[in-house]
Design a binder for this molecule. Structure first.
Ligand SMILES: [Zn+2]
Length: 247
């Protein structure tokens, strides 16, 4: 596959620093088995400087400045970095937490890497569907200015996370509701045309818990992204990350 990244967002809020997704962390690189068998498909590069905690410390903050982590879902490449912020409250949808932690079935036991939350974090779950939001979607307020937009499909309780970024408008972190950004946008935010990445789409299909929902999620993300003042990004498409970072 082309280079796959784990794009997380760091938000400075009145409630402290908030991370949207946590990527992989130092504990994962020190003990790769912690990531579970799914790591063998992605073979992550082990670079402590690229972890969320490494980058946050490089900005001059401390790990314990991060008060909240809002997860799109609990796959190993989204929750792994949370252990680098042991004092942070982890937010998930109630559906995701139920499937991964409370009532796992064989599929979810194999899919999720339980060791990644063995340190005993505080989970705060958010039951949906929430209130009417945009384009027929619903939203659940997680923290002021940060809203879950449930988009199950990739996993049972997957949700996008909408962040009110003030002058930068609304940033919608779609997590793994879409892998290839050309599924929801013709161009990157700065206008570079996006071509189809077949291998990303094949991986997306292979990892979907409910394939029938994937196309609908892409359509919803396209409507959002087409709206003035909204930027949709996802977890793994490096083209969007590079574009937003250079903006
Ligand atoms: Zn992922």
């Amino acid at each position: 596959m082309s280079e796959v990244i784990c794009h997380v967002l760091l938000c400075e809020t009145d409630d402290g620093l908030v991370l949207v997704d946590s990527g992989l962390g130092r504990h994962d690189f020190a003990d790769p088995k912690r990531m579970g068998p799914a790591r063998l498909m992605l073979r992550p590069e082990r670079d402590d400087a690229k972890t969320a905690v490494g980058q946050i410390e490089a900005l001059g903050f401390r790990a314990d400045d991060v008060a909240h982590i809002v997860l799109t879902h609990m796959d190993f490449d989204h929750i792994g970095g949370a252990a680098d912020f042991p004092g942070a409250t982890i937010h998930t949808t109630a559906d995701e937490h139920d499937w991964a932690v409370v009532n796992p079935n064989l599929t979810s036991k194999l899919r999720y890497a339980q060791k990644q939350w063995a340190y005993g974090p505080t989970f705060q779950t958010h039951a949906g569907p929430g209130d009417p939001w945009k384009h027929g979607l619903s939203g659940i307020e997680v923290l002021p200015g940060i809203t879950y937009v449930p988009m199950p499909g990739h996993t049972r309780g997957h949700a996008a996370v909408a962040v009110d970024a003030g002058e930068r408008g609304l940033l919608v972190h779609a997590g793994d509701a879409v892998f290839d950004a050309s599924s929801y946008a013709a161009t990157s935010p700065s206008g570079t045309p996006l071509t189809k990445v077949r291998r990303m789409r094949a991986f997306e299909t292979a990892m979907a818990e409910d394939r029938k929902r994937i196309t609908g999620n892409h359509a919803a993300l396209r409507l959002l992204n087409d709206e003035d003042g909204i930027t949709v990004l996802n977890a793994h498409d490096k083209r969007i990350f590079d574009d937003l970072v250079s903006a």
